[in-house]
Write a protein that binds this ligand. Structure first.
Ligand code: PLP
Length: 343
């Protein structure tokens, strides 16, 4: 069955969200300066406010989350160092190998034996290997966590488990970077301040350009000394923008909207429940991502497209992402189309 689909419902990613009128106005009105030779006041304000929100000493605006992660890994790793990350982490599978090619790290994926999206502390200890050894001992120096874990379906690592993972990493001499692209979602879902989820890490990255709706922008946070080095690295990578305040103004407004992510989480639950009622094999979403296990992912995506529903493949499943440009009515409409369109 086909529909005269005037408007596709777009579950591909929360990155498709567009700046609304209020955000565009804030961007237009932003106070700006040359952020390379001097400072841009709006970027400065965003960096100070984000550092405090994330419970870190300092923060640095970056054009993308990929750049924020790359800067962090480049500073934490020396060439040939092994780093640990949960299997299917964004730094392992979605950053085109830059962790190895540019940051010089040798990735070692860890199984999610601690829960969805995370290894157990024991696995971290074991994987890190011996700390001291003869000169030919492989160096393992970094644990890279991801909260929420995208490919595990927006899975949350709760603060107590986060603390145990950080403690395990410390015990075996590892630094810890947290890829918190969607840390805001974890914070909103747990009703905790974002800083409650960064305790003990050396660095954390977070995105403004996903569910919070900013068109561009991420942040890397850490100690003041670390961020000073990060600023140099950002410049080397071509991420030093001049009057970036027009972009940072959108990110400042995005920060005010963390609480609104609860709507996306509620919509994700509605979608998952509705799909399950229609016989789909879906797991209960913790945040804004619903993963559906289907026999043939490409076929399912094509059939969905035919009824005006857009989604993407992720970790061998169909991934639906809820975001501010998909309303509760859109979710109902999507379920209606799926029900009437068959599978
Ligand atoms: C999106 C994402 C990033 C990178 O963000 P970009 O701004 O798209 O480069 C990093 N980590 C995770 C977990 C993500 O989902």
């Amino acid at each position: 069955m086909t529909f005269a689909v005037s408007r596709p419902i777009d579950f591909r990613s929360d990155t498709i969200t567009t700046p609304d009128g209020a955000m565009r106005s804030a961007m237009a009105a932003a106070e700006v300066g040359d952020n390379v030779i001097d400072t841009d006041p709006t970027i400065g304000e965003l960096e100070r406010r984000t550092a405090s929100t994330l419970g870190m000493e300092a923060a640095l605006w970056t054009p993308s989350g990929t750049m924020a992660n790359l800067i962090a890994l480049s500073l934490h790793l020396r060439r040939g160092d092994r780093f640990l990350a949960p299997r299917n982490a964004h730094v392992l599978t979605n950053e085109l190998g830059s962790a190895a090619w540019l940051a010089g790290g040798m990735p070692d994926p860890l199984e999610h034996d601690g829960g969805p999206g995370r290894p157990s502390p024991r696995t971290v200890r074991t994987a890190a290997g011996t700390r001291e050894g003869p000169y030919y001992t492989l160096r393992t120096t970094l644990l890279c966590l991801e909260n929420t874990h995208n490919a595990a379906g927006g899975a949350i690592t709760p603060p107590d488990e986060h603390a145990q993972l950080v403690a395990a990493a410390r015990d075996v001499g590892l630094k810890v970077h947290l890829d918190g692209a969607r840390l805001w979602n974890a914070a909103a879902a747990l009703d905790l301040p974002p800083a409650a989820l960064t305790v003990g890490v050396d660095s954390v990255s977070a995105c403004f350009s996903k569910g919070l709706g900013a068109p561009v922008g991420s942040v890397l946070a850490g100690s003041a000394e670390f961020i000073e080095q990060a600023r140099r690295m950002r410049q080397m990578l071509g991420g030093g923008v001049r009057q970036g305040g027009v972009l940072a103004a959108a990110c400042l407004l995005a920060l005010d909207r963390v609480g609104e992510l609860a709507t996306d989480h509620a919509n994700a639950k509605t979608l998952a429940t509705g799909l399950a009622e229609l016989g789909w094999d879906v797991s209960e979403p913790q945040t804004n991502i619903v993963l559906a296990d289907v026999p043939d992912v490409q076929l399912a995506l094509e059939q969905l497209r035919g009824i005006g529903i857009l989604a993407l493949p992720m970790a061998g499943k169909v991934r639906f992402v809820l975001h501010r440009n998909v309303s509760a009515d859109d979710v109902d409409e999507a379920l209606r189309r799926i029900k009437e369109g068959g599978r």
